[in-house]
Design a protein around this ligand. Structure first.
Ligand code: UDP
Ligand code: MG
Length: 162
């Protein structure tokens, strides 16, 4: 069934996804990217960065009252993080589904955390939890000129839009 161009465009979303230092160190970059890529989502920005502790604190600002906040910020700033923006219909919510529950001991098998991690403090990946957070996190991690705009060759096959 072919989808209307306009309906397709109106459902397009972007989300911020980051492979944390544990995922990078464990050599899981290609494994994780492959899962988003083969689903049909489109990569629009990517860079490897070591965030400062202050930057990590900005990223996790809504958790600053939690007991694990300091350790979490130390950890996120302890090495390279692969920061990415992925685009697609429903990518914010579905990206979270691909990632799995926060605590890997409760994540379903088949999800990234379920398949590749064991403890909550080393759950290898971050994904925005809603449209507002996605907007804020993309803005925090990327300059506007670092975000690409292009039509993927497979778009019409993924969405059935012509
Ligand atoms: N976290 C932790 N201990 C906890 C809960 C969370 O170390 O008890 C860490 C974990 O790395 C998690 C991050 O804090 O990914 C952010 O927590 P959030 O509740 O936003 O989970 P997420 O959105 O990453 O699933
Ligand atoms: Mg979160």
């Amino acid at each position: 069934m072919l989808q209307d161009q306009e309906a397709h465009a109106s459902q397009m979303e972007r989300t911020f996804i980051a492979i944390k230092p544990d995922g990078v160190q464990r050599g899981l970059i290609s494994e994780i990217i492959a899962r988003f890529e083969r689903k049909g989502f489109k990569l629009v920005a990517i860079k490897l960065v070591v965030p400062s502790k202050a930057f990590a604190g900005k990223h996790y600002h809504d958790l600053k009252e939690r007991p694990f906040f300091n350790g979490l910020c130390n950890f996120l700033s302890s090495g390279p993080v692969l920061a990415m923006v992925w685009e697609g219909e429903g990518v914010i919510k579905y990206g979270r589904k691909l990632i799995g529950a926060t605590d890997p001991s409760k994540s379903e098998p088949g999800t990234i955390r379920g398949d590749l991690a064991i403890v909550v403090g080393r759950n290898i990946i971050h994904g925005s939890d809603g449209p507002e957070t996605a907007k804020d996190e993309i803005k925090l991690w990327f300059k506007p000129e670092e975000l690409t705009n292009y039509t993927s060759n497979q778009e019409k096959w993924v969405y059935g839009v012509n």
